[in-house]
Design a protein around this ligand. Structure first.
Ligand code: NDP
Length: 266
């Protein structure tokens, strides 16, 4: 029996790499804790489920990141601003909420220097937190989405937004696939003529999907562009969550040494 218990809540949740990542770090750092997964069907039961399972902390994945926001007793300022929580820590019977997807993503793209303009392909939940942190950091983010509906809130937040029909290509330093196109299919995130108008001018292309070379990254490579998939984003959001779980007792690099072994497993 472990002293402290952690979990990921989601639906589906069986595919998640978080249990392996966190357990590798707990073992490697000699912490008496375990991390498991829990299929949460009804987001409104998140808080009672957390306490019923006797947990110390959780990560939250699709579709419960907004329910997680609502379940918290206190929020860190960035999570408060974007309304999306993927990490909760219990302290003295209260739930404290954080978002680690966005800072994880920010760190993952830090290797690309002299980047100012960024084109997001997609405007879903992941784009929401990551566009917000990039804007805070001074990047100019334009969002291009297949359908109009999701763009409304970005427009209201002052982002430049387009659908495929209204888009007129400019030059963007980074082009990033924020859609699920290519995840379980071989689709591109936008029509080829649009991608062919922005990729050649980009310094690099990034995909948030990990574990496979997507059609988007294949296309970027065919244009001889540097590419990066979503593995570091996955790893870094996990490391930052682990820092919260353990009160920043270990450094980012110490945690990374153990957690990155997740990629040794298939
Ligand atoms: P959402 O369901 O919230 O949004 C999906 C987005 O993809 C929408 O903008 C949707 O457009 C668009 N889309 C889906 N299919 C297509 C298609 N065939 N062509 C064009 N656009 C399409 O998803 P999330 O934001 O939660 O996730 C997006 C991606 O991010 C996923 O692939 C997920 O695996 C990945 N991810 C990676 C993480 C990591 O750590 N690396 C962490 C979290 C997510 P529309 O509005 O028109 O439907």
């Amino acid at each position: 029996m472990c002293k402290e218990l952690f979990a990921i809540f989601g639906n589906p949740v069986s595919h998640s790499k978080s249990p392996l990542m966190h357990n590798l770090a707990f073992q490697g750092l000699g912490i008496d804790a375990c991390y498991t997964r829990h299929l949460l069907k009804d987001g409104s039961t998140l808080k009672e489920t957390f306490f019923n399972l006797g947990l110390k902390g959780i990560n939250i994945t699709v579709p419960h990141k907004e329910a997680a926001f609502n379940a918290c007793d206190s929020l860190d300022p960035f999570a408060q601003k974007i309304g999306v929580v993927n990490t909760i820590v219990e302290r003295e019977g209260k739930l404290h909420g954080y978002n680690t997807d966005a800072p994880g993503f920010l760190k993952a793209i830090a290797e690309f220097k002299e980047v100012k303009t960024v084109l997001f392909l997609g405007a879903g939940g992941t784009a929401q937190s990551t566009s917000s942190i990039l804007k805070e950091e001074g990047y100019e983010v334009t969002l291009l989405n297949r359908s109009e509906g999701r763009l409304e809130k970005y427009k209201a937040d002052g982002f430049e937004t387009h659908t495929f029909e209204t888009f007129q290509a400019k030059s963007y330093d980074l082009v990033i696939n924020m859609t699920s196109a290519g995840l379980e299919d071989e689709n591109l995130p936008a029509p080829t003529h649009i991608l062919d108008s922005v990729i050649p001018k980009a310094k690099a292309c990034v995909d948030v999907i990990y574990g496979k070379e997507t059609p988007f990254l294949k296309l970027a490579k065919s244009h001889n562009k540097p590419t990066k998939d979503g593995s570091d984003m996955l790893l870094y959001q996990g490391i930052i969550a682990f820092e919260y779980f353990n009160n920043h007792l270990f450094s980012f690099e110490q945690i990374k040494t153990h957690m990155q072994r997740v990629f040794d497993f298939n």
